[in-house]
Design a binder for this molecule. Structure first.
Ligand SMILES: [Zn+2]
Length: 454
C-alpha cells in the first residue's frame, strides 16, 4: 500500500517511474505463434520488439487521455511459441498462453496475447466494468499502436464510439430497443473516427472524447462547463480538445428529458492531426451519408453509458449529414429543451450559446412522434452482430491490410485467471472487435506529445 499520493510529483516521470500504485497498470506481453505457420528463427525477438513499440505508443496515449491516471507499463515480455491460433479457438489459445506465462490477473493487470505469425484478423479485448478491472487482449498478428490503444480502452471499460443516425428530420432522438432505448434512431457503432474507441486503423490513434474523460474525472472540473436547469442562456467559449489548459468541453443537460450532451471542438492539432484526408470524406452508415471534418462535435452516451455517439447535423440539400457543427448552425434537441448555437469557430476556439427551455414552459415545438414501425429491421449490434463495414466506404491507406475492418464479435465469457481475481467482469466480458492489422501495417508515425500533467 502506497502511503499517499499527495505531493507525489507526476509531472515528470523519470526512469524510476514514480507512479502511484492505483495508477499503475502493468502489462504482460505474451507472444506466441500458430503452429500451422512458419516459426521465426530469432526466438520471437523481432515480433517482441515490434509489439513493444506499438504497446508503448498506446500506453502513451492513455497516459495523456487519462490525465496521468492510467499509466500502462510493460512489466514482462514472454515468448511462448506454438500455443496460438490465427482463426481457431482463441479462448482456448488465450487460456493456454495465460497458463504458460503464469498470468494471475487482478486489478489493473493486463495480458496481451499476440500471435506473431498470423497475417491479421480481428483483435479482441475484454470490456470490463471500469478502469481498475484489468483485462486480456488477443491479437492475431502483431497489432498496431491503434489496435492496442483501442483494445486497452476496452480493458479500461470503454465501449465503442459511433454515430447516431436518426430518421430524416430528427437529429437527436432515442435509439432503437437493441441499444436499450425506445426510439427510432439507429446507431453506427464504430463510425466516430475521431475517437480511439471508434473504428481503429493504424492511422486511427485518436483521443478519447470528452464524455468519458469527464465521467472518470480525467478532465478536471475546471476544464469543462456544466450547463443544467431550466431557463439557461449562456455563452461559453471552448478551446480545441487537445489544449492542456482552459475550457475544452461543455456538458449540457436538456431539462425536459434529462438527456445530457457533450460539446467539444476538434482541430487538426496534436492527436487530432493526421486523419487521412479528413475533410469532406463521406462515408455511409445505417443508410445515411456522413461527412467527416474538423469542427464542433456534439456527443452523448448510449447503451450502458460507456459507449458514445456523435450527433450529426441534419442532412443538407445534398443529403449528407456532417459529423461536425459549423458556425451559424444550431443543434436543438427533439423536445426543444436544449439549444446549442455555434456562434463562431475561429479554428482555435469556438463560442457557443447554450439555452434551455424556461421552467414550466411548453416545448417550443411538439415532440417527434414515436416511430415504432422502424424498429423491426434494425440489425443487431455490439457483441451480437456486424458493425458497418467501414473498409469498403472508407478505404484504409495503402499500408493497411485490406481486411482491416470490424467483423463478427465473439462473446468471451472466459477470461482465464481473471475470474478468480476479484475483479468484476460479470457485467460484460464481451469480446469486442477491432480490426485486423496485417503484419507491416503498423504504427503511424507520431512525435511524442509533451504534456504537463497536473
Ligand atoms: Zn472494439
Amino acid at each position: 500500500m502506497i502511503a499517499s499520493s499527495a505531493g507525489l510529483a507526476i509531472t515528470s516521470l523519470g526512469a524510476s517511474g514514480a507512479v502511484a500504485a492505483e495508477k499503475k497498470h502493468p502489462i504482460t506481453i505474451a507472444v506466441t505463434t500458430d503452429p500451422a505457420l512458419p516459426l521465426p528463427n530469432d526466438n520471437g525477438a523481432a515480433y517482441i520488439a515490434e509489439i513493444k513499440k506499438s504497446v508503448s505508443a498506446a500506453a502513451e496515449l492513455w497516459s495523456d487521455e487519462s490525465d496521468g491516471n492510467v499509466e500502462f507499463s510493460i512489466e514482462a515480455t514472454r515468448w511462448v511459441p506454438g500455443l496460438g491460433t490465427c482463426d481457431g479457438d482463441r479462448g482456448h489459445a488465450r487460456s493456454e498462453v495465460s497458463k504458460a506465462v503464469g498470468f494471475t490477473g487482478g486489478p489493473r493487470k493486463h495480458l496481451i496475447v499476440a500471435v506473431g505469425n498470423c497475417t491479421g484478423g480481428s483483435a479482441t479485448g475484454s470490456v470490463t466494468s471500469g478502469p481498475d478491472s484489468g483485462g486480456a487482449i488477443y491479437v492475431p498478428g502483431l497489432g498496431s499502436g491503434g489496435t492496442y490503444a483501442h483494445e486497452l480502452g476496452h480493458n479500461l471499460g470503454f465501449g465503442h464510439a459511433g454515430v447516431l443516425v436518426c430518421p430524416d428530420g430528427i437529429v437527436d432522438g432515442s435509439l432503437t430497443a437493441d441499444w436499450g432505448e425506445k426510439g427510432s434512431c439507429k446507431g453506427s457503432e464504430y463510425d466516430d473516427a475521431w475517437d480511439v474507441q471508434g473504428a481503429t486503423r493504424s492511422w486511427m490513434f485518436k483521443p478519447l472524447s470528452s464524455p468519458n474523460r469527464i465521467r472518470l474525472g480525467w478532465l478536471p472540473a475546471d476544464r469543462y462547463e456544466v450547463v443544467k436547469g431550466a431557463g439557461v442562456n449562456q455563452k461559453v467559449t471552448i478551446r480545441s480538445r487537445d489544449n492542456e489548459s482552459g475550457l475544452v468541453a461543455v456538458q449540457a443537460t436538456d431539462p425536459t428529458t434529462g438527456r445530457t450532451f457533450y460539446v467539444e471542438l476538434s482541430q487538426p492539432v496534436d492527436r487530432d492531426k493526421g486523419i487521412e484526408d479528413p475533410d469532406g470524406r463521406i462515408t455511409e452508415a445505417e443508410g445515411a451519408k456522413l461527412r467527416r471534418g474538423y469542427g464542433v462535435r456534439i456527443l452523448r452516451y448510449v447503451g450502458k453509458g460507456t459507449s458514445t455517439m456523435v450527433v450529426p447535423t441534419a442532412a443538407g440539400s445534398d443529403g449528407v449529414r456532417n459529423l461536425y457543427w459549423s458556425a451559424g448552425e444550431t443543434f436543438e434537441t427533439t423536445e426543444a429543451g436544449l439549444r446549442i448555437e455555434i456562434v463562431s469557430n475561429d479554428g482555435g476556439q469556438a463560442t457557443l450559446r447554450i439555452g434551455t427551455t424556461a421552467d414550466g414552459e411548453e416545448p417550443l415545438r411538439a415532440p417527434a412522434p414515436a416511430v415504432a414501425g422502424l424498429d423491426e429491421d434494425t440489425p443487431a449490434h455490439g457483441d451480437s452482430g456486424d458493425p458497418a463495414d467501414t473498409a469498403t466506404a472508407d478505404p484504409a491507406p495503402a499500408a493497411d491490410a485490406a481486411a482491416e475492418k470490424p467483423t463478427d464479435t465473439t462473446t468471451e465469457a472466459s477470461t482465464p485467471n481473471l475470474a478468480s481475481s476479484g475483479t468484476d467482469l460479470s457485467i460484460g466480458v464481451l469480446g469486442l472487435v477491432l480490426v485486423g492489422a496485417g503484419a507491416g501495417a503498423f504504427m503511424i508515425g507520431r512525435s511524442r506529445l509533451v504534456r504537463t500533467r497536473r
